[in-house]
Design a protein around this ligand. Structure first.
Ligand SMILES: [Zn+2]
Length: 239
């Protein structure tokens, strides 16, 4: 193997490892995204349970308000009844009766509302219980999933580390000047920086390589570049 052929072999290997590093890195990213989405889902459920609890508290408070209003009214009825015993005129008597009647009507409507409120409280309590139970179940599976994600992420990070070591080992055999060239090409192109030429076609841009360049490529005497996409090219026999 000529020196250039050997160097290109190293570059191709480095490129392959870099691709693996990139893929493992994307997996790590995807895993942490999924993990964050799980966190959001559990937070949403917790919010829902606590807002339902707050709504239940509001219902209970409204019930207590109605209850004390009804007690105040009952007290007023007692007082009016006492006044009734002391009145002198029929007019006064009728007026107090009317007053009592109005308070009774008011209280009867308050009692209706209290009954409605009780039903609403009962249904809200059931719903809070159901949501809380669901949350508990969800939370358990959430924790299991989180642990699984964390384990996978750790493995992928270890893979990335091992791949970086591998890349460093391979790169150590590369000519630093050639690595500099590779880095320059990488800045200019998307995707692979080192590509084979097969049957006079650059596998990077799928354009034809001039015949003379194609012949020169087979000598492996220096680094050569695709005249169209500027990637590092090398001759590869049709496999
Ligand atoms: Zn090309």
């Amino acid at each position: 193997m000529s020196n250039i052929q050997e160097q290109i072999h190293i570059l191709v290997e480095v490129q392959g490892v870099e691709l693996e590093i990139h893929q493992a890195g994307r997996l790590v990213h995807a895993l942490s995204d999924e993990s964050a989405a799980l966190d959001r889902a559990v937070a949403e459920r917790e919010d829902r349970v606590s807002s339902e609890k707050a709504a239940l508290d509001d219902l209970k408070k409204a019930y207590r308000d109605l209850e004390s209003e009804s007690k105040v009214n009952a007290g007023m009825i007692v007082k009016s009844n006492e006044k009734l015993r002391a009145v002198k005129t029929n007019k006064e008597y009728q007026s107090i009766l009317k007053e009592i009647d109005e308070i009774r009507k008011k209280n009867s409507s308050i009692e209706d509302r209290m009954l409605e409120q009780l039903e609403a409280i009962e249904s809200a309590e059931n719903s809070v219980k159901a949501e809380a139970a669901e949350l508990a179940g969800f939370f358990q599976s959430y924790q299991e999933k989180k642990e699984a994600f964390a384990a996978k992420e750790k493995r992928e990070r270890q893979t990335v580390e091992a791949l970086n070591d591998k890349k460093a080992r391979i790169s150590a055999n590369a000519d630093p000047k050639i690595i500099t060239v590779l880095d320059d090409v990488k800045k200019k192109v998307r995707g692979l920086a080192v590509v084979p030429v097969q049957q006079a076609i650059c596998m990077g841009c799928h354009m034809n390589i001039p015949a003379q360049l194609f012949n020169e490529l087979q000598r492996f005497d220096e680094l050569r570049f695709c005249p169209h996409c500027h990637r590092i090219i090398y001759w590869k026999e049709q496999g």
